[in-house]
Design a protein around this ligand. Sequence first.
Ligand SMILES: CC(C)(COP(=O)(O)OP(=O)(O)OC[C@H]1O[C@@H](n2cnc3c(N)ncnc32)[C@H](O)[C@@H]1OP(=O)(O)O)[C@@H](O)C(=O)NCCC(=O)NCCS
Length: 367
Amino acid sequence: MSHAPRLAKLEDLNELVALENQCFDSDRISSRSFRYFLKKGQAQIWVCGAPINAYALLLFHRGTSLARIYSIAVSPDARGRGLAKALLEQLESAAVEHGTLFIRLEVKANNHAAIKLYEQLGYKPIRHLAHYYEDGFDGIRMEKPLMAHASRQAAKEIPFYGQTTDFTCGPAALMMAMKRLNPSQALHQIEELNLWREATTIFMTTGHGGTSPAGLALAAHRRGIAAEIWVSHEEPAFLDSVRNPDKRQIIESIDADFQQQCQRNGIPTQLGHFSLSDLGDAMARGRQILLIISTYRFNRKKEPHWVWIVSIDEQFVYINDPNIDPNDHREALDSVYLPVPRAQFEQAMKYGQKRFRAALLLSAQTK
Ligand SMILES: CC(C)(COP(=O)(O)OP(=O)(O)OC[C@H]1O[C@@H](n2cnc3c(N)ncnc32)[C@H](O)[C@@H]1OP(=O)(O)O)[C@@H](O)C(=O)NCCC(=O)NCCS
């Protein structure tokens, strides 16, 4: 029997759903989701057999060098013949062609057959995921680097907190960076919301406002973390996204008050252009960095978004992205230690026509 996998087509939908139902009791991929994956360019489904008796689903993570094995299954009567191995090898070569640096996946902690399979192919556990599955079972995240890569820091033990509202990326990113500096930092929703209330400019384009660099710097300072602000423009961030004059006036007064408080508390602001290599230098001096990026390259939405930079090397910027968008099939830890090629990141680190840039540099010792 030939093991040669082929790419699935929309006509394969019913057979894929039947196989899924045969192989999994919970966390099944629905017919609707399969349809979405089959049509969407960011995913590939490879299948074997006629009728289909094995499939594997690979998701690419837009704008990053990460891919994820979202699912793999072989029908019970076709197991033990090397189909899963053939599919995984196929996914890996598709990922390499796509420029992928790491493949990640999650597996149930008690799925010994699958864990053995992944280990045999060189996947290593990088994180334990408590109660990750619908039925309460723990999961294990595994990873395989696809290209030789020298200075990689282990993705283990990097704090992660996912924002629980649309407007709290800043607080969530700040909590992760503060946790790095101070292991007793709380990572829960009340802390996230308190930080937002301290740091928000109240309004932005529509809905609630996000958090400004000065507001976040003050919130960090109150928690014993030294903060320094780098901004490209003197005016309040995103003021021109708000047309209503009353709202603009509120944003301006809050900004003026934040600036005064920063001065009183000795929080320095450096005004002007800064580059990715400036951020790399600051990291080398032990600073934790929060940065506003435009999300366009990652989700095609042009939103300003705070992320925490975990590490920078010659090729990649690694970020923890507090946003977990279930529509993008990105789950919590897929947002951890995301490798973004430097050139992509340089494009993402400025926002809007004015190319607004803002970073917050944090360190443990308050001066
Ligand atoms: C896990 C699964 C995909 C393996 O498929 P398969 O086609 O039988 O696997 P292969 O024949 O390609 O086996 C490759 C390697 O996997 C490991 N493996 C596969 N089945 C195994 C089992 N029952 N026990 C222990 N190791 C096993 C072995 O290391 C094997 O290599 P070997 O034959 O040299 O010992 C299949 O059992 C399955 O579909 N299970 C249900 C769905 C599932 O759990 N999917 C994974 C979700 S993360």
